[in-house]
Design a protein around this ligand. Structure first.
Ligand code: HEM
Length: 312
């Protein structure tokens, strides 16, 4: 094969790249002679991925449960990936911000609509059996879900609604974490005692969460938005994308999850509601009208905030 001007141009660029790194281009070219051709399975790591489904029982629908949670975790990772790009973007503008938010909302739409897979995809009878082997674990312990929240808004908006007005906004991260809304799922407020669900979660992730919240303190989506120049902040497409994201996560997804939980834990009959594997008072805890979790409160009217999740 004879070299073309394109080949020479590429060699020149490679020479430049490797000399900048203090490397010899010839060694890298020789390496190409020995490297294996890429395959789909090596690149996507299918063998590793498909060996991560380990059941605790022999009930076939437990496999659906495990895999569906794993699919969720992969999508959570995609969401965090997009948020990170907004957080660390220099000269952030409205089109970039909106397009990333719309991507994230589409991922959440997928998670929401696919809850039907979960809702109708497992036999309730099988679920009631294999769930007993999962106590006291719960999706509550998904660290990525919490990171999505930390990266989306200021900590004050994740503080339990009962303490939100009185807590000092400059309180240390460790102290703020003690008052986050989700403590209510794992804490007896009369005795202050934490459940095993919460203790295990905090033991594993507390340090990581403190570090993560510090990183996103000034880089979370809400603070990023608020510090934009006025003309960018007033961009209607951006405002719509922010509102859409807030609603999709904090009402639509939450309600789809709530409906699935209700289906499995009550079998459609609220007098038969059973305790969750994580042990929370979940019927109250999980409904958006009680939690009033809102990432971007300044983008909603007083009325909209008061009625958050009330009409569904
Ligand atoms: C049969 C399906 C499911 C049921 C019955 C269910 C039930 C529950 C319940 C009752 C809680 C409250 C905490 C507790 O006491 O355990 C909870 C929390 C949670 N679950 Fe699920 N869940 C299901 C599927 C999922 C899936 C597929 C995910 C995705 C990873 C998930 C993620 C979460 C998260 C992030 C929380 C914490 C939410 C919050 O603090 O507001 N769940 N779940």
């Amino acid at each position: 094969m004879s070299t073309t001007p394109k080949t020479n141009e590429l060699i020149e660029q490679l020479e430049k790249k490797f000399s900048n790194l203090g490397q010899d281009l010839n060694v890298h070219l020789e390496g190409l002679l020995h490297s294996k051709p890429i395959t789909y399975w090596d690149y996507i790591q299918t063998d590793a991925l498909l060996n991560l489904q380990i059941q605790r029982t022999n009930l076939p629908d437990e496999m659906v449960f495990i895999m569906y949670h794993q699919v969720n975790e992969l999508l959570f990772k995609m969401i965090l990936w997009e948020i990170e790009q907004v957080a660390f973007k220099k000269n952030l503008d409205a089109p970039f911000f909106s397009s990333k938010l719309m991507r994230i909302s589409r991922y959440f739409d997928m998670l929401t609509s696919s809850f039907n897979i979960m809702k109708e995809g497992m036999e309730a009878e099988q679920y009631m059996k294999f769930r007993t082997t999962l106590t006291p674990a719960s999706g509550f312990q998904s660290a990525q879900y919490r990171k999505i929240e930390f990266a989306s808004t200021e900590l004050i908006n994740l503080i339990d609604k009962r303490f939100r007005d009185n807590i000092d906004r400059n309180t240390p991260y460790e102290h703020a974490l003690e008052h986050l809304y989700w403590q209510a799922a794992g804490k007896d407020y009369k005795t202050g005692k934490k459940s095993q669900l919460l203790k295990a979660f905090e033991e594993k992730y507390r340090v990581e969460f403190v570090d993560f919240t510090e990183t996103y303190n000034k880089k979370n989506l809400y603070t990023k938005f608020k510090t934009l120049p006025d003309e960018v902040k007033n961009d209607s497409a951006l405002i719509n994308a922010m509102r859409d994201y807030d609603y999709t996560v904090n009402i639509t997804w939450v309600m789809a999850h709530y409906d699935a939980a209700n289906y499995y834990l009550s079998g459609g009959d609220s007098s038969k509601i059973v305790e969750a594997t994580g042990g929370s008072e979940w019927t109250k805890y999980m409904h958006p009208k009680y939690q009033k979790r809102i990432f971007f409160p300044s983008l909603w009217s007083k009325d909209e905030i008061e009625n958050w999740g009330a009409n569904i």
